[in-house]
Design a protein around this ligand. Structure first.
Ligand SMILES: C[S@@+](CC[C@H](N)C(=O)[O-])C[C@H]1O[C@@H](n2cnc3c(N)ncnc32)[C@H](O)[C@@H]1O
Length: 244
């Protein structure tokens, strides 16, 4: 049974910076599906993308794998000769993710590492997933990470990048933020929960604009990127490494 997210339901005197700790890991499945519009569809689309782009005898990476929701969807749709590597810096997430992976009996092998994505060697990869994780990495490190990923992909390999985005135009930014909050209210979160979570993510989750993402992907070596999903201020992009 999925445990309901009540992390921000009680008033706090001081709202600390958001952390992927044990309390969050316990309810994360519920938290992400009620906070990120389009998340269940993204997981379904990951299955389709995996079937289309996974290449036999390659590695597939899930960087910032949390509980392994994306890792599992990829693994279950891979050729048996592929190997899946999930990495995350949160010990609470990694512990639970490992246990989730042992209950899955897909034929592709898998390993979950307590490791930062900055330290992860990307090699012989046909699929790399970065779902809602780059936004937590300092902005100045983001290009280097994408460049490293582009180099580690085999020709025809893909990066799937999902992020919360911001808008340069203030009116669009405000209107979209309001829609996101309306979505969260619709999911049963109170105004207090929405306000306290927002405060905790301030300066922790730092979103870029869609244009910044597209430009950075180009600078990293991807010829083109395509937005395949957009729900309010959340987007998913696919960037393909050119075949030689
Ligand atoms: C929003 S969650 C990702 C959700 C997940 N990708 C999914 O689809 O369910 C962000 C995750 O990134 C992890 N994280 C943050 N910084 C990281 C880093 N430098 N290296 C690896 N993981 C990181 C966090 O611990 C957290 O579990």
């Amino acid at each position: 049974m999925m445990k309901e997210d009540k992390v921000y339901s009680v008033p706090r005197e001081k709202v600390d910076a958001f952390e992927f700790d044990g309390q969050v890991a316990d309810v994360f499945e519920n938290m992400i599906s009620r906070s990120v519009p389009g998340y269940p569809l993204l997981l379904d689309l990951l299955e389709v993308l995996t079937e289309q782009f996974a290449q036999p005898n390659t590695n597939c990476y899930d960087l910032g794998c949390s509980l392994g929701a994306s890792t599992l969807r990829i693994r279950q749709h891979l050729p048996s000769t592929c190997h899946v590597i999930g990495v995350d810096t949160s010990p609470s997430m990694v512990e639970r993710c490992k246990s989730n992976m042992t209950r899955d009996h897909s034929s592709a092998t898998a390993e979950i590492r307590l490791q930062s994505l900055q330290e992860t060697q990307i090699e012989n990869a046909s699929i790399v997933v970065l779902n809602y994780t780059l936004q937590f990495i300092p902005d100045k490190e983001r290009l280097k990470i994408l460049t490293h990923i582009a180099r580690g992909l085999v020709p025809g390999g893909i990066l799937i990048l999902s992020e919360k985005i911001r808008f340069m135009d203030e009116a669009t930014q405000n209107a979209t933020t309001e829609l996101h909050h309306a979505f969260k209210k619709h999911q049963g979160y109170s105004d207090l929960e929405i306000a306290q979570k927002r405060a905790s993510l301030e300066n922790v989750l730092v979103p870029n604009t869609l244009e910044q993402h597209q430009e950075r992907l180009r600078d990293a070596g991807f010829i083109s990127s395509d937005m395949f999903l957009k729900c309010f201020n959340f987007v998913s992009l696919i960037a393909i490494k050119q075949r030689e």
